[in-house]
Design a protein around this ligand. Structure first.
Ligand code: ZN
Length: 166
């Protein structure tokens, strides 16, 4: 797996939010960057920066060391981005996605689906029975929809993701 910038960004956004991207850009290819330096470079309040760092830390994407500032007597935290962790996270995000797709496929296999001719709604059999096969939005009669295409698409996507995991 190649760790392109795009991949790194996608994973970071997925696990820690889009607002941390400038911070990650700043930390990448560096080591032990002081949180005060980060705040200064990004022109952000230290608390905002710490909040971002904690989110990244929670996703195991940064590590820190702390050193006592001799003059002021308090601790300063120095942060390092764990690029290697991206690969691991990519795998687990893919695995989660596969699980979700499999659940979805199971639901598609278990039920039949009904759609409104005005495309307001798609209901499964039980829901459609509950509304007596009338669209709850516009009251037109709902028609059974073939979900073969949907199932094929889901299966193809699962297969593709499983191949990527090998
Ligand atoms: Zn409708």
């Amino acid at each position: 797996m190649k760790l392109s910038n795009k991949l790194v960004e996608d994973v970071v956004v997925a696990v820690a939010g889009e607002d941390v991207l400038p911070l990650v850009k700043l930390l990448k290819n560096k080591k032990n960057v002081s949180e005060f330096k980060i705040a200064e470079s990004l022109k952000l309040e230290i608390n905002v920066v710490r909040n971002m760092l904690y989110r990244l830390y929670h996703a195991n994407l940064v590590s820190f060391i702390r050193r006592k500032d001799k003059k002021k007597g308090w601790y300063i935290y120095y942060w390092t981005f764990k690029l290697k962790q991206i690969k691991h996270l990519t795998m687990s995000l893919k695995k989660e996605r596969i699980e979700r797709l499999k659940d979805r496929l199971a639901r598609e296999n278990e039920s039949s689906f009904f759609i409104c001719s005005n495309s307001c709604m798609r209901l499964d059999f039980e829901q459609a029975v509950g509304f007596e096969f009338k669209c709850p939005e516009c009251a037109s009669i709902m028609q059974q929809e073939s979900n073969e295409e949907t199932k094929k698409k889901l299966e193809a996507e699962i297969k593709e993701l499983e191949k990527e995991l090998e």
